[in-house]
Design a protein around this ligand. Structure first.
Ligand code: IMO
Ligand code: MG
Length: 424
């Protein structure tokens, strides 16, 4: 029995959805604690692929109850659509999904402002998902947000919307945008509110009672460590705490009841959107894209690809307190003769060597990764059933990652299907 936090150890898209699905067999509750529908967690439902954005991946395990915690920003229209999509695939949601009354609501003006704020940045764009995430968290911190508990109270929502929409329409006008319609927004949001109302509750007490009954809880991270608002490659980050520390604040479950942190990392590195990717490699990007891999689950954009970055991975291990590693997409490296990995960075101007990720992105952009090479295994790993089935060169590579990151290797994933998961 363990309460587990699952975090992405790179820039998101590490394969968290699949790992969470693999880990939830014995789990009673799966909780999202941050982010919104910028996340895209790919899972398989009765043989068909489905991308979850707001609903925890545990929804596919019939025994699990799912919780959208207070730290999440919820687009009610997107959530309703996602629930309906799952229902169409035969997934039973009744009594299995709860939403924190304290979670904040993503409004249409947040999405518009997200797009406009990006447009004025020119070449310095963050490359956001345009889901309104930054502006929604901005309103939360500025204490002018609308929460789920406001959304589900008809009169209160109408009043708040009137105030907020006029102020935001002024801002949109200044940026050259179109005003948002009060009536249309009210109608659409009230329809979603009616649909979601039965799921809204005080999730702190729900999870407290679950703990009293010795339930096992899994906290599903969205995005990745280096998109963290505090610890990531600021300003090329998302607007929430994606590191393990965020799980407590975003759920109201105290740090004292967390038992382990599982860090998910790809056997190489990817990034979608702007900002530094020190281990970037054009050849590797082309090869993976050629295999039809590494296109965004939320936006469809091709992801930039690079070699495994040990500095990034080790820093993620330190920041999150990663106990156990899940390494995904090992099969992506199956046909590479010589595999590279970053051991440290060097500032060629000053000769200074870095074994950690500096806070200054301009410095990070300038640093040169110092690479270690590994002989590839040049054979398919996708049918491996256990550790010993993996080629020796693959095992050597994985063992290096394990010792470099000072965490215990627990899972190796070699394909999207459930059975393509090796547990140690
Ligand atoms: P999952 O959970 C990968 C990136 C965006 C952009 C930056 C800010 O699927 O791993 P935002 O819309 O959050 O303001 O965008 O963060 N980003 C992600 N990249 N996977 C994600 O989620 C991401 N969510 C946001 O591309 O660079
Ligand atoms: Mg994603």
């Amino acid at each position: 029995m363990a309460n587990t936090i699952v975090v992405g150890a790179q820039w998101g898209d590490e394969g968290k959805g699949k790992i969470i699905d693999a880990l939830t067999e014995s789990v009673d509750y799966v909780v999202r604690t941050q982010g919104g529908n910028n996340a895209g967690h790919t899972v398989y439902v009765n043989g068909s692929q489905y991308v979850l954005h707001l609903i925890p991946s545990g929804i596919l395990n019939p025994r699990a109850t799912c919780v959208i915690g207070n730290g999440v920003v919820v687009d009610p229209l997107g959530l309703k659509q996602e629930i309906e999509g799952l229902q169409k695939l035969g997934v039973n949601i009744d009594g299995r999904l709860y939403i924190s009354e304290r979670a904040h609501v993503v409004m249409p003006y947040h999405k518009e402002l997200d797009a406009f704020r990006e447009a004025v940045k020119g070449t310095k764009q963050i490359g956001t998902t345009k889901r309104g995430i930054g502006p929604a968290y901005g309103d939360k911190v500025a204490r002018v947000g609308i929460r789920i508990l406001d959304l589900v109270k008809q009169d209160r929502f109408a009043t708040l919307l009137k105030q907020r929409i006029s102020e935001n329409n002024e801002a949109l006008k200044r940026l050259g945008g179109e005003p948002i319609s009060y009536q249309e927004t009210l109608a659409a949001y009230q329809e979603a509110a009616d649909f979601l109302r039965p799921m809204v509750t005080n999730t702190v007490m729900l999870l407290y009672k679950a703990r009293k009954e010795k339930a096992e809880i899994l906290f599903e991270g969205a995005q990745g460590t280096f998109l963290d608002i505090d610890h990531g490659t600021y300003p090329f980050v998302t607007s929430s705490n994606t590191t393990s520390g965020g799980a407590s604040a975003g759920s109201g479950v105290p740090p004292t009841v967390m038992d382990r942190v599982v860090g998910v990392m790809k056997a190489y590195t990817t990034r979608v959107g702007g900002g530094p990717l020190p281990s970037h490699d054009d050849g590797l990007s082309d090869m993976l894209h050629g295999l039809g891999r590494e296109f965004g689950a939320t936006t469809g954009r091709p992801r930039r690809c690079g070699w495994f970055d040990g500095v990034i991975a080790r820093y993620a291990s330190i920041l999150n307190g990663i106990d156990e590693l899940a390494i995904t997409n090992l099969d992506g490296l199956d046909n590479i003769e010589t595999i590279q990995a970053v051991e440290r960075y060097e500032d060629q101007e000053t000769g200074v060597s870095y074994d950690y990720v500096p806070g200054d992105v301009e410095l990070l952009e300038r640093l040169k990764p110092v690479m270690k090479t590994f002989p590839g295994w040049m054979t398919s790993t996708e049918n491996a059933k256990c550790w010993d089935d993996l080629p020796e060169n693959a095992r050597t590579y994985l063992k290096w990652i394990e010792s470099f990151t000072e965490a215990k290797l627990k899972i190796v994933s070699i394909g999207p299907r459930r059975e393509q998961t090796i547990f140690m």
